[in-house]
Design a protein around this ligand. Structure first.
Ligand code: UDP
Length: 403
């Protein structure tokens, strides 16, 4: 249960009233969101907060999750890589068959219908074949600006059956997508969720102690799935270089295994092996008991947050760190430059060497880190909180089915 009034002290009364006015125009509408995992990654993170908040303003919002076997997720991960621009990916006929079959089965299981059905990402995309007259929206969370043409030509006909598509950034809209409505809406974080709510210093310290992280020495870290695009090995390189200047520095690599990501274990092993000869590198996962509160505490303990992703949809882990007043050193990928304003809320870098240089700069100048962290928090408050996301959804619902 969430209450929109609880957000007044963060975003102001005017903002909450604006949301309530918009909600009035779609009160009682049923909105069904569908995605492929209840756990792990940014989409699940948004939905678990957005649905109860949408309910609190009078929508009949629901969240349904696909059921699928592992071979389906191997196919959808290949589609993911293809849509994000990996030009070597091929989707065989066999893979297409699996993709469509699992979606057909899910159409019977999930019975997707409502005034508005919002389908998140490419896994449940073909559910549109089973629509029953309501309005359907495809919410794409990844970077589809330069997709592999073979993968895109397979995916595009499904997208064109939708009434509307929503992209996280304007430049992610594929150039040849014409004929349906297109919206742009940045993702968001919930400032009152366990992941982001304020924690006391002693709560943070307790978590650090539980995982043998020394609260008396500086900590830097990246929170991300174990995935090649997130470049966990590059993070370790940056840390190794920074440590030459700051020997007491500690690194936290926090990564969960998402249910719909078959590459997680392989990349986790690679990361552990890469760091095996180094002291003070803590590689922690949900298997070790890292849940939302622990991620929250870890992010609050960082002097510098890292996000060295080479490709990124939006990068909610960056939003989360900035919200906690932590400056972020990151690569210029996906939605990161919208959040990390170079020299103001953190630094944009290209190489591990540059990242190391900025880490050292910030760790040695806590007053600079603090000022940048404060800028970052305000930037997130104005632009990337769930209240703004809800407003975008409400406007879109009004456009599609509003009074
Ligand atoms: N996350 C988490 N535990 C982890 C790693 C990631 O809870 O060990 C969360 C992270 O806090 C963020 C989301 O997963 O909320 C990742 O979203 P992001 O947009 O950064 O990346 P995605 O995984 O969607 O590519």
């Amino acid at each position: 249960m969430k209450r929109i009034e609880d957000y007044v002290h963060i975003v102001g009364r005017d903002e909450v009233e604006a949301i309530e006015e918009l909600a009035e125009r779609v009160k009682g509408a049923s909105v069904v969101h569908i995605n492929s995992t209840a756990y792990g990654g940014g989409v699940a993170e948004i939905l678990k907060n957005l649905i109860p908040l949408a309910q609190s303003v009078g929508l009949r919002a629901e969240w349904r999750v696909m059921k699928a076997p592992p071979q389906f997720f191997n196919v959808t991960k290949a589609i993911h890589h293809g849509l994000q621009g990996n030009m070597t990916i091929e989707i065989s006929d066999e893979m297409k068959k699996t993709y469509l079959k699992v979606n057909d089965e899910n159409a019977s299981l999930l019975e997707p219908s409502g005034d508005v059905v919002v389908v998140h990402d490419y896994q449940p995309l073909p559910l549109i074949n089973h629509r029953r007259g309501d309005k359907w929206v495809w919410r794409c969370h990844i970077d589809t600006s330069k997709p592999n043409p073979r993968v895109w030509s397979f995916i595009k006909p499904f997208v064109l059956k939708y009434d509307a598509a929503v992209f996280s950034l304007e430049r992610y809209i594929p150039r040849d997508l014409v004929g349906i409505k297109v919206f742009v809406s940045h993702p968001s974080i919930d400032p009152l969720s366990d992941k982001n709510k304020l924690l006391s210093l002693s709560e943070v310290e307790k978590v650090l102690n539980r995982f043998d992280v020394d609260p008396d020495r500086p900590i830097i870290g990246q929170v991300a799935r174990f995935d090649p695009w997130k470049d966990p090995l590059g993070v370790i390189d940056a840390y190794r270089l920074a440590r030459e200047k700051i020997p007491e520095l500690q690194l936290l690599l926090v990564g969960s295994f998402a249910h719909d990501d078959p590459e997680g274990v392989e990349w986790y092993k690679k990361t552990v092996e890469y760091a095996s000869s180094m002291r003070d590198v803590h590689i922690l996962t949900n298997i070790d008991g890292v849940e939302d509160l622990e991620v929250n505490a870890f992010q609050r303990s960082f002097t510098v947050g890292l996000q060295l992703s080479t490709k990124e949809g939006f990068g909610l882990a960056v939003t989360e760190a900035l919200w906690k007043g932590v400056p972020v050193v990151a690569r210029r990928a996906g939605g990161i430059p919208l959040q990390v304003i170079d020299g103001e809320t953190g630094f944009l870098v290209q190489t591990a060497e540059e990242a190391a240089e900025k880490i050292v700069y910030l760790v040695k100048r806590p007053w600079v880190a603090r000022a940048m962290g404060e800028n970052g928090r305000e930037h997130v408050r104005r632009n990337f909180l769930i209240t703004r996301d809800l407003k975008d959804y409400l406007r879109m619902h009004i456009d599609l089915v509003g009074k």
